[in-house]
Write a protein that binds this ligand. Structure first.
Ligand code: ADP
Ligand code: 5GP
Length: 211
């Protein structure tokens, strides 16, 4: 079946488990993952070109000037952007592409790609979100506080998402996100070529019928 690639946006509060869920999802189901550019410093273990393209502010600005991003946003103290070329190439190949981005970027994507599916990940409750973020141990207390404040603001945009998925048990969450992606890929709007092909095939058969 000749399906159109689905653009899947995954957002959620800092520390909710986006990175963890997306990593498992990709390992299990081999979706294409867009690697973003950022001006944030790498965390221990993060690899340039795999986790992010780590850029200076000047490099990031020139990418903006060259129309290199399909969306970009400032989040807390850094810039983040989705490189245009990878996403456009993958979609044109009919692949499903995952963007793990924050809410302002997600809204920009929705404007440009109305068929994109927007999934918002949440934790079972706000206290467990806080302890996940603290437990990750990658940000100092001041940055954690800013990210939690930002999480409160991000609730304003939650109603604009198509789906809300709770990341309580990790494996269950991965399956729920995948269920959304599969359902989206079966939408008639993502299968227009198949409809056209079936119509042409039936036209051929109709010509053969001599009643
Ligand atoms: P995000 O990418 O949303 O900022 P991470 O994927 O880095 O979040 O996860 C934040 C922390 O929460 C990590 O220490 C991760 O191991 C942990 N975590 C992720 N998913 C779960 C889950 N379902 N239950 C408990 N802890 C989780
Ligand atoms: P972190 O610093 O924790 O990796 O990411 C901070 C926030 O930036 C997260 O909400 C993450 O989803 C978001 N983010 C990562 N890449 C992009 C991107 O390309 N564009 C936008 N708008 N947000 C991004």
């Amino acid at each position: 079946m000749n399906k159109k690639g689905v653009l899947i946006v995954i957002s959620g509060f800092s520390g909710v488990g986006k990175g963890t869920v997306v990593k498992k999802l990709i390992e299990k189901y081999q979706y294409s993952l867009s690697v973003s550019a950022t001006t944030r410093a790498p965390r221990p273990g993060e690899v340039d070109g795999k986790d992010y393209y780590f850029k200076s502010v000047d490099e990031f600005r020139s990418l903006i000037d060259y129309n290199g991003f399909i969306e970009w946003a400032q989040y807390v103290e850094n810039y983040y952007g989705t490189p245009r070329k990878f996403v456009e190439d993958e979609i044109s190949k009919g692949h499903n592409v995952i963007l793990e981005i924050e809410v302002q970027g997600a809204m920009r994507i929705k404007e440009q790609y109305p068929d994109a599916v927007l999934i918002f990940l949440t934790a079972p409750d706000a206290r467990s979100l806080k302890s996940r973020l603290e437990g990750r141990g990658t940000e100092e207390a001041k940055v954690i506080a800013k990210r939690l404040k930002r999480a409160y603001e991000e609730t304003e945009d939650m109603p604009f998402y198509d789906y809300l998925v709770v990341n309580d048990d990790l494996e269950t969450c991965v399956e729920h996100v995948n269920a959304v992606i599969i359902a989206e890929s079966f939408k008639t709007s993502n299968n227009k070529e198949y409809i056209e092909k079936t119509k042409n095939e039936l036209l051929e058969i109709r010509k053969e019928i001599t009643l």
